[in-house]
Design a protein around this ligand. Sequence first.
Ligand code: ADP
Ligand code: MG
Length: 702
Amino acid sequence: MTGRFLDSPILYLKGVGPSREKLLRAELGWKTYEDILYYFPFRYFDRSRFHSIAEIEEDMPFVQIRGKIYNMATQGVLAKTRLTATLRDDTGMIELVWFKGIKWVKDSIVPGKEYIVFGKASLFNGSLNIAHPEIEDASLRDQSQVQIQLQPYYNSTDKLRKSSLDSRGLAKITKALIGQISGNIPEILSKELVQKYKLVSREQAIRMIHFPCDLPEVQSAKRRLVFEELFFIQLQLIKAKIIRAEKNKGIVFAEVSSVFNTFYKDYLPFELTGAQKKVLKEIRKDLGSGMQMNRLLQGDVGSGKTLVALMCMFLAVDNKYQACMMAPTEILAQQHYESITKFLKDMPVKVGLLTGSTPKRQRDELHELLRSGEMNILLGTHALIEDTVQFRNLGLVVIDEQHRFGVAQRARLWKKNIIPPHVLVMTATPIPRTLAMTLYGDLDYSVIDELPPGRKDIITWHYFDKNRYKVFGFIRKQIDLGRQVYIVYPLIEESETLDLRDLNDGYESIIREFPRPQYQIGVLHGRMKASDKEIEMQRFAKGETQIMVATTVIEVGVNVPNASVMVIENAERFGLSQLHQLRGRVGRGAEQSYCILMTSYKLTSEAKTRMDAMVNTNDGFIIADVDLKLRGPGDLKGTRQSGDLDLKIADIVKDEIVLKVAREEAIRILSAAEFHRSPENEVIMQELSRRESRMTNWSDIS
Ligand code: ADP
Ligand code: MG
């Protein structure tokens, strides 16, 4: 019986009729009692605190006043009717106003009597008033034995508010439900965990998070619920990983032979960094283990990930398997192709390139070579995952710059072999460890935390637009030294035309500043045909153009070592990780490189923090941390693109320690051999399978 209480449809609840049920489902996703109880308030109002009218200001979230009501009067006619009244205390007066339920209010308020009034003060025609306040008889409050509670505040929506389901309305529904929960909320953590971490029971936590008596109650409720939330996420991730290890036999790359060795000994033009060696070792261990590899490889831009991936593909080839690498843009795929062919020289490895713009005839040929197995390595864009692309024996899939690919796209690659290929996911967007544990807790994890030697830190400056002439002067000097320059304009998808205008205006002014024939300027944006983009990129790469005016299409991966200056226009419009990515386009050669952030003079403090972070550090992991703190976890959904990271209460920045503990406990419990038989952990297991059956399995990806 108890299990079913939480699953009861919200329609069963008093105060929720069919129309509200529909609305609540559409707006908040509420279906069951559980959804209601796990919709937590984001703030509380202290109902034990009273404000005097004199101290009330417009921007206070809510105010509670004790005073007497006078001068009740209706004004206007028909639909426009409103009721006004004056609330007075020792310090002053404020107007109260009602637009609805006028008769009821009029009948129930006794002028001159003392009331407790609760509501939000707003400015109307130059003076403050409170619309639709909550009114309570002060003498009743004084007599009441019940402790004054903190009043919960819930997020609502416009549509809900129109049906009187503002925060207060939602609180009413929740309160009605809380009245019934006693004995109906089964515990889902083991006694051991509850005792070990001194957690309150689930029932208590739910009661206290909605209607706490004081702040310490909020704290203990939160502690319990945060642990619960993170613990079950970790259980799911780790269980998925264990199952995959059992179920998915991996292809064994036992051989390290001619291709890998020849390349390593004779062809590699430089020494691998310590970090690259370490990561290669980790990967080789995976590939030889007999289990399918699912590994996330993180490393800052320029840390040499692509090279590591390449060497992994050689391992596949040595073991008579095919390998493919998917890049997010054609330019990038093309660059991979070029650098690989350059590295390989005359080695007997056949490499192909497949993108959206590969001509049909060539495409058919490629398909044939892949099916027959003659083609060893295929590089390309998402054209790789089309169903017509069939491999003879695909052994390794590398996904570069992972954040650009949707989950579904990655899943399709999986299916290209009977035994699923090993998967290496690479990302240059450093993810703080806590986030990685939450988002990729089911993947193994390697980091390249070292740049190849000789790299100079990129010097970053922040300039206001009005000092543009100084920047132009600097650019001129750099070009005179033989260097090349990127000038990047923001591109925001909602308004591509506007951005294009920015780009075109910018281009015009750059041409005026840097006239032909002395200077050659290229332009690159997402609306161009792939072949035109290619031509522009090639011209820049060959040094035929000195300045490349571009939108963020160049963000990812582009490699022109002679480019030493990155100017970012309207830098305040970019997020931190994007700024860092863009900066990574320079500093790839031997020369000192520069990144110049141009912004308007007026900056929000958040934008200022972003600029400062860029100026102060080149370390992608520090940047990622600042970014996470600035944006908060609310904005992280897109990171894993599936949007499944829908944390209700945990905050991966603030709750880092709880997250670590929850993960350790999840690992400990799942790896204990006796786990499945232990009655102690049965409640956990039950809850886990309930959750698994409820959600699409998002650990089956990458
Ligand atoms: P990432 O993909 O991580 O951004 P790349 O693999 O493209 O980095 O490497 C960036 C540049 O550094 C490339 O030109 C590559 O040839 C070079 N590189 C990679 N590893 C080393 C190394 N160990 N020593 C010197 N240069 C390296
Ligand atoms: Mg790369």
